[in-house]
Write a protein that binds this ligand. Sequence first.
Ligand code: MEZ
Length: 598
Amino acid sequence: MRDRLQTAETVADSDDFIDHETVSVSVLVVGAGAAGARAAIALADAGVEPLVIGKSDHGDAHTTWAAGGINAALGSLDPEDDWTVHAADTLDEGHYINDPEAVELTAKHMPDRIRELADWGMPFDRTEDGKINQRYFGAQSFRRTCFVGDRTGEAMLDTLVAKARDMDIPYRDNVMVTRLLTDGERVAGAMGFDMESGEFVLFRSDHVVLAAGGSSALYERHSSREDENNADGPALALGAGARLMDIEFVQFHPTGMVGARYGEEWDGRLVTEAVRGEGGRLINADGERFMEKYSPDQMELDARDVVARAIAQEIREGRGTDNGGVYLDISHRDDQYITDRLPSMYERFQSLGVDITEEPMEVAPTAHYSMGGVDIDFATGETGVPGLYAVGETVAGVHGANRLGGNSLAETVAIGKLVGEHVAEVVDDPAPPVTDSQRALAQREFHALADLADSDGQVTARELLADLGDILWEHAGILRDEASLREGLAELDALRARTADLSIDGDRTSRDFEFAVDLSFSLPIAEAMLRGALERTESRGAHYRTDYPDTDGDWRRNIVVSEEPTGLDLRTRGVAEPSPEVQDAVDTGYELDYHHLE
Ligand code: MEZ
C-alpha cells in the first residue's frame, strides 16, 4: 500500500515520466455537494472563477440524501424562536464541546440563507399564508426545520447547481483526488485521476477548499452510497498537515432501513427523521412504545444519540423484530398528510411492497454523520495550512458531540458562503504556473498510484473495507469500552498488514482501484476514531463508553489529531465560551415539548 507521508525532500527523480493532464486554476473546490457549491457561488459572486470537482455526475452529490429539512430560526409558526435559541439548542445537544463561534455564525446566518435559497427558486413547503413552513425535528425547542417534503437536500442541491450554472461556474465530474499537493509548508493544488479515463490529473492552485464529506461510510451499516463519506476529506487534510478534531464522535441515525427485511442493498439507508417529526412512533416487537421509558418528555423526538441508544438497547435485550430492528409507525396520520409530507418515504416503501399509510417500517440505527473532521477557523475556513480551507461535513466544530437533524444542510450554506467570501479576498494569481518541484511531487504520486493499480496480491480493497466496517461497527459503535476499543486497534493493525497483499488488475477505471484509494483514506481516520474513543474516558453525546457512563466536566475538551512522522498524535484542547446573548438563551433552558405534536 502506498505510503501516505510524502514531502518534497523525499521525491525521487524518476526516469519514467508519467503523462498527465495539468489544470491550473485560481481556486480549486474539492467536492460538489452543497458546501462546495455554496462556497463556489460566493467566489463567483466576488469575481473569482473557481473550479469545482466531484467524484460523481454533476448535481448528484451526497447532499441529495439529506431528506427531512434544514434549520433556520425563521419563527414562521413559533415566533418565540430566534437565532440565539437555535444556537443554544445546538450547543446543548452538542454537549458543549461545539465551537461556539461556528454555532453562532451558522444560527445567525441561516434565516438569510433560507430566504436566499427561496429567492433562487428552492420550492420550500409553505404555510397557508405563504410563509416558509417549518416542522418539528429532534431536540429542537421550536418548529425550525424548513423542508421540501422529504426531498429537501435534493431540492437544495438542484437550486445551488442551477445557480452555479447561471453564473457559469465550471464543474468537472468523476474525478478522484488522491492527495493534496504540498511542499510541507503550503498547499499548492491536488493530484488525482479521471475516474472515466483513468488519466492522472495535476490540479495546480494556491487555494484549495476541501468540501469532500465525512467518514461515516467507514462503518458496516451506514446511510451513504458506497462512494460517499469514505473519509477522503479529513484524510486529505490530515495528509497535508492539517489537524482533525473530535473524530471519535460519529452520529448513528436512529432509523436506517433493515436489510434483512428489505434487501441488503437497502441496509442502513435513511428513513428520514421527518417521519418522527411528523408524529412517527417507535414500537418494539412486544408492541410497546418504548421511548416512554427512555424519554417520557421528548419521546421519539429526543436527540438522535438518545433514540439510537434506546433502539439498540431494545434490540440487544431481545425486544427487537426477527429481522433485527424495531417498528416505526406513521400510519395513524391521514393518508394524504403522509403522502404530502413524506412522499419519498411513501414511494420508496411502496416500491418494496410496504404501504406506510397502513403498516409500520422496520428500522435500526445506521452510521450517518461525522461530527468530527478538520479543525478550522469558521470565519475563514482556514485550516492552519496556508492555502488549504475546508467546509461542510469535512470539518468539525458546529455539532460538538451530537448533531441536530437539519443542522448539516444549514452548516453547508451558512459557512460555505463565508468561506467562499474569505477565499475570494485572498486570491491573487488566477492560474499559477507549475514549478519543477511541484511537477516532481506529482510524478511521485502518479507513480505510487500506478504501482497501486498494478498490485497483484490476493485480497481486494472491497474485502478489506468490509472488514474495516465490521471492526468499527463492533468496536467503535453505539456502545464502546476500553477492552473492545483496544481489540479494535489490534484488528486494525492486522488489517493494515493485509494491505500489502492487495489485488487490482491494473485498471484505473475499475471500482477496485477506487476502493483501494478509499482504503488509504480510511485507515488513518479509523485509527483516529478508535484512539480518540479510547482516550475520551467519559460519555458525551454520541460517544457512549459503558465503562465511563457519565459525562465528566473535565472532559469538556476537544481531542485534536495531527499526523507526525511517528504516527498520529492526539492532544486535548479547551473549548471557548458562547457569547453572552447565546449564554442567556442556554440559561433560559428552552426545550421541545413533544406533546405539542399530539
Ligand atoms: O440532517 C439530517 O441528517 C437529516 C435532515 C436527515 C433526515 O433524517 O432527514
